[in-house]
Design a protein around this ligand. Structure first.
Ligand code: ADP
Length: 250
């Protein structure tokens, strides 16, 4: 089980597609409050791994545990989301015809612990939470703007804010800075550094400069051919001969 303080534990997980092992005996252990970066070349199995954690893809073998002892392996996608795993896909999916504030409000009301129905009127405590989130996602002052008019980076931040409104126990971010300008990427790194320690977060990312910014003293996992090739500090994995080979050998 995961009684050693893990929020997520993948035990010997394998996924075969017609005999091809996209994930091959993967073991992964994320601690409560950790910000873990997952890197690896194209085809390493990063997306498939996220799909397994969220129940979109079923493992062929192995198990996935969440929190103290919840076995996610056979749970449905919506049950896993309800258990507290929030996933952000690469492309932002905000309600473009609604304002920034309304997007956060709707996301908050989708959290049944906060609002029994969509017609629930927010109290001051909830409005304060939205204000704090607006500051965190760098959209304070933009709350009345239509989400459809935001820049690509701002939409990505809004979606992170929407996920946070649902109070996930684990946040999965799939290439959060893909398509962002350098300035937006730097602000996203600041944002994630503010979340550090307060949330358990897993980030899959290609942009190595960004990974260096958010990895800090934390662990980085390098996936290759569906398993863990290396794990350690950014410095350690960057100096690892096997890691250099899979990145430069292409
Ligand atoms: P990454 O996200 O690291 O680029 P993926 O998880 O997308 O890697 O893919 C891992 C491997 O599994 C790739 O070789 C990919 O072609 C293969 N793969 C992924 N999904 C499927 C699928 N549904 N059917 C067959 N092969 C797949």
């Amino acid at each position: 089980d995961t009684s050693h303080g893990a929020i997520l534990y993948l035990e010997d997980v394998t996924v075969s597609f017609d005999g091809f092992k996209a994930i091959n005996r993967l073991n992964l252990d994320i601690s409560v409050g950790e910000l873990r970066c997952i890197i690896g070349p194209n085809g390493a199995g990063k997306t498939t791994m996220m799909d397994i954690i969220t129940g979109k893809t079923r493992p062929t073998a192995g198990k996935v545990f969440f929190g103290q002892s919840m076995d996610l392996t056979r749970m449905a996608e919506h049950e896993i989301a309800h258990a507290g795993i929030g996933r952000k896909f690469q492309r932002p999916t905000v309600f473009e015809q609604h304002t920034v504030f309304e997007n956060l409000e709707l996301a908050m009301k989708m959290n049944k612990r906060v609002a029994p129905t969509l017609f629930f009127r927010l109290g001051s405590e909830q409005k304060d939470r939205i204000d704090a989130t607006l500051r965190l996602i760098r959209l304070a002052g933009e709350e009345k703007r239509l989400a459809g008019l935001l820049s690509h980076g701002q939409k990505q931040w809004l979606e992170i804010g929407m996920l946070l409104m649902q109070e996930p126990k684990l946040l999965l971010l799939d290439e959060p800075v893909a398509g962002m300008s350098d300035a937006e990427t730097a602000r996203t790194a600041e944002l994630l550094n503010e979340l550090r320690g307060k949330h358990s977060i897993m980030v899959v990312e290609h942009d190595m400069g960004f990974v260096e910014e958010i990895a800090r003293d934390g662990k980085v996992t390098v996936l290759h051919e569906g398993s863990v090739l290396a794990e350690g500090s950014m410095k350690q994995v960057q100096a690892d001969e096997r890691v250099i080979e899979v990145y430069l050998g292409r």
